[in-house]
Structures are given as C-alpha cells and as structure tokens.
Design a protein around this ligand. Structure first.
Ligand code: CA
Length: 231
C-alpha cells in the first residue's frame, strides 16, 4: 500500500507511538494527535486515507469526532476502545464508524485491520468512479448521468430546472450564491423570467429534500444574500 496517510487520535502517548511504529513499518505515513479537539480539526482539514480513533479523549471524545467527520467525509474510521459498553454504543448510535478494535490488541492485528479497510474503501470508491457521476451529501444522492435523486434512499422526482439547480448547489457546497447568479447559471440569459423563479424552485426542491422546510438542513437561506448548500 503506497502513499497512504493515516491519522491516529490517541491521548496515551506510548500507545500512539507504538501504533505509529508498526504502521510505518508497513509503509504508511502516520500523524498523531493526542487531544480530541486537535484531532477533529486535523481530520477535517487534512485528507487522510483512514483514521484510528480512541474514544476517551481530552477535548472532544471519539464518538463526537466520528459523528462530525462523517457529516463531511467518508474516510474509513477504526474506533479503539477499552470498554465493553462502548462497543454497544458504537453499534447502536449509527455513528458511521467502519470498525472497532478493543484494547489491548496486538499491533499486527491493528495493521491487518487497517489494510483490510483500506482495500475495501479502495474497491468501493474505485467502483463508484467507474459508475455514473454520483454526488452524495449526507442523505442525498444525485446521479448526474441518469438525472435521478434519492433522499434517504427514496427516489424523488425533479423537474429539469429543479434538478439543475439542486445539482449546481450540491456541486458547490458551502458557497453562497445570489438569486441573480443562480438565475444566470440555470436559466438562459435571454429567458423570460426573473429571480423570483429561483425562489419558487428552491421552495419546491426543499419540499422534496428537507425533513422540515421551515428549518432547512441542506439548502440554507442567507438573508439578504442568497442560498447555499450546506455540508
Ligand atoms: Ca484514551
């Protein structure tokens, strides 16, 4: 496995160093964070191929880190726990952790698990690249080639302009667009209409994708400016 970069978030320095040594012997590049909050920031700001995450941590705990990373990234997460009750929690909370390993574990077991998850993830993402052009953000899946949309696994029907508008916003997450910009982007410059059309379409899209249209989780209104797709 070449050029794979891993993050270990572990407050027990000796354990973190031991894990790092073994993983580096297997050819991985490894960063360590000993504080939960620092670990979370690093996991969010850098691109790792896999994260090894302790649960009991100063700052932010492993459960919260896992949840926050999963909101924006599909990076495989291997949780490390010393407590049996944590295992039920990992399973029960639906945090999106890919696996867990209980302390004490042998370094070779850790290396084997890491390799297994990296290969699995590579297979999955490789398959996705060869398939259609898919955008997945939290519960929303957009198949650009087939022009189909699923919300939490349920397919929803969109008109051409609704689809174009949703896809455009989802492809530029966290960027605020004015209604004018969206109108110019989705509708022809010469087309008859005005920016109120954008408002109407956003409303219709929200009715299909939002759980509560009064409190949108995906397309946010930035008052006095426009809209953005939040990730
Ligand atoms: Ca710990």
């Amino acid at each position: 496995m070449d050029d794979k970069k891993l993050l270990i978030v572990e407050d027990e320095v000796s354990i973190a160093e031991l894990e790092k040594d073994y993983l580096e012997l297997s050819g991985f590049t490894v960063d360590i964070e000993n504080d939960g909050t620092e670990g979370l920031n690093r996991a969010l700001s850098e691109d790792y191929d896999l994260i090894i995450l302790d649960i009991m941590l100063p700052g932010t705990d492993g459960f919260e880190i896992c949840r926050r990373v999963r909101e924006v990234k599909n990076t495989p997460i291997l949780m490390v726990t010393a407590k049996k009750e944590d295992i039920d929690k990992i399973r029960g909370l639906g945090l999106g952790a890919d696996d867990y390993i209980t302390k004490p574990f042998s370094p070779s077991e850790l290396v084997a698990r890491v390799k297994a998850h990296l290969s699995r993830y590579e297979r999955l993402t490789g398959a996705e690249k060869n398939a259609n052009d898919i955008i997945e953000i939290r519960g929303i899946k957009i198949d650009k080639t087939a022009r189909r949309v699923w919300v939490n696994g349920v397919e929803k029907a969109f008109t051409t302009k609704e689809f174009d508008l949703l896809t455009f916003l989802a492809e530029h997450p966290n960027r605020v667009f004015t209604k004018e910009e969206l109108f110019r982007e989705i509708w022809d410059m010469d087309s008859i209409g005005d920016i109120a059309t954008v408002t109407v379409h956003i409303k219709k899209i929200r009715e299909k994708i939002e759980y509560n249209t009064a409190k949108p989780q995906y397309i946010e209104t930035i008052w006095g400016v426009g809209y953005r797709f939040k990730i």
